[in-house]
Design a protein around this ligand. Structure first.
Ligand code: SF4
Length: 110
């Protein structure tokens, strides 16, 4: 069971301060916060405590089984956001680093 954030989210951020397992992202100090239109709950980490619900001013958070029908797809939206985050940070998917010169390379000319 998980909770889900719908598109009524205004990124107020109150939920970020009450979640005991830090499963709501992006946090204010994460780069995606500025560009995302809403926050997301990680269904793999959410412990179903419900602490985020009463602090959400626009009432954007629902238990997955209680999502309004027209908002039901946000369960998938939240799950896919975290899947993409994990894929992007997986080994081999990190941004390419400039190649280091070999130890026996001649020093660059000055
Ligand atoms: Fe975090 Fe609890 Fe809300 Fe899940 S239900 S997102 S664990 S505060």
């Amino acid at each position: 069971m998980t909770y889900v954030i719908t598109d009524d989210c205004t990124k107020d951020g109150a939920c970020l301060n009450v979640c005991p397992v830090d499963c709501i992202h992006p946090r204010l100090d994460e780069g995606e916060f500025a560009t995302e239109s809403k926050l997301y709950i990680d269904p793999e980490s959410c412990i179903d405590c419900g602490a985020c619900v009463p602090v959400c001013p626009p009432v954007a958070i629902f238990q997955e089984d209680e999502l309004p029908e027209q908002k039901a797809h946000f369960k998938q939206v939240d799950a896919e956001w975290f899947q993409k985050q994990r894929a992007a940070s997986a080994p081999g998917n990190a941004p390419a680093q400039p190649a280091l010169p070999a130890a026996d390379s001649p020093a660059p000319a000055r």
